[in-house]
Design a protein around this ligand. Sequence first.
Ligand code: HEM
Length: 408
Amino acid sequence: MAYHKQMIPHEASPLHVSQNPKDAGFYNNPYAFYARLHALDAPVYWKEYGLWCVCGFDSVNNALRDDRFARLPPAGMPMPEHPPHLSDFAAVERHSLLALEPPKHTRIRKTVNQAFVNRHVTQMATDIEVLANRLIDGFESTNEIDLLKAYATPIPVTVIARLLGVPECECDSLLAWSHAMVRVYTMTQTKQEELDANQASKEFQQLLFDLIRQRRKSPTDDLLSHMVTLKTDPLSDDEIVSTAVLLLNAGHEATVHQIGNAIHTLLALNWPRTWVDDEKHGNAIVAESMRFDAPLHLFTRYAQQDVELHPNIVIQKGEEIALLLGAANRDPRRFNQADTFKPDRTDAASVAFGAGLHFCIGATLARLEMRIALNTLFKRMPDIKLAEQPQYQNSFHFHGLQSLNVKW
Ligand code: HEM
């Protein structure tokens, strides 16, 4: 087939779309924009990002599984580099699973996967339930609370810190470091945010190097100990630090927002609370809330060769494209009544956890945390209501609320 060269479509073309990601109307409700894209039934060129974007469910799902696309540019092509003021951030990123492709990705991912299986994620259910109940004990006697701060935020960070073996007294620092670091992934950060992210990476690394030293001397039963005591194919300290930072950051940021988004959806729709009362329905609510209002909306990939995305749209080798996960989950060609929250749908699916090589390692843990967090909250406090209409934070990629004030 004769390929056309990739071209930026003329501004007058319907495939050339403009949307400021920092526009409050947009980041509060990106779904109206997505509906516009779905009506075109084609990839679009998003002017503000300067990227071709894939939005349909099948196209996003296929691209995530397609080895002609990867998280890194093809061999021999320049790698994206961080400026010198992000050197500590870059050091932490260097061995992150999300910045690797096979064979190195396969080696580290295998180790983390083994460690996750060894820790028997599902056996953590009791621990999570105790934690959720303890948090509710702390605010139940008041009559209004920001659930994002008092409930959704502490659960994931405590769970992942315990799993890794980072002392729980460090949780506040972990949250602050993680918030500072994720700003750099939004592609719209300021220089000050980059400096803060670098400082956070430096302090985070220091803590982990200290813990790794301790675990080498006296290993325990945690994931850090598992990583430092590997006999075959051991990981270097730098690889362990990158992996631990990724698990801590990825492990809590998206989960906090998904717990918040799911509670918001259920309260806004006045959903019957009995639905979350048993495991089967709880799982269906969690799955549908991930489809309906997912926390991560955009990931990028580099073409490893020229790829024809659509007739007359060819992505050239080395070019970056965006995959709009949040749009794919609302594709009317894939989902019946895509904009309706229907936990009993027979066409259930979502790409909220990605797909293919980089599919979320923590998906089982995240689903478990969400089900227990929702179930415990609605069982203990069936009368909670939204105290005000919550606002989403100004970071389109991380689609989560600024706060979630509820009353009872
Ligand atoms: C609701 C919560 C979560 C959501 C929506 C989510 C979503 C995702 C997505 C979409 C990816 C794939 C990124 C890509 O393909 O470029 C991913 C990867 C990853 N996630 Fe999650 N995640 C969540 C929770 C967690 C948790 C709890 C952990 C760890 C305990 C975790 C650890 C990871 C890791 C390590 C990767 C990288 C995997 C790889 O590159 O091989 N995530 N996640």
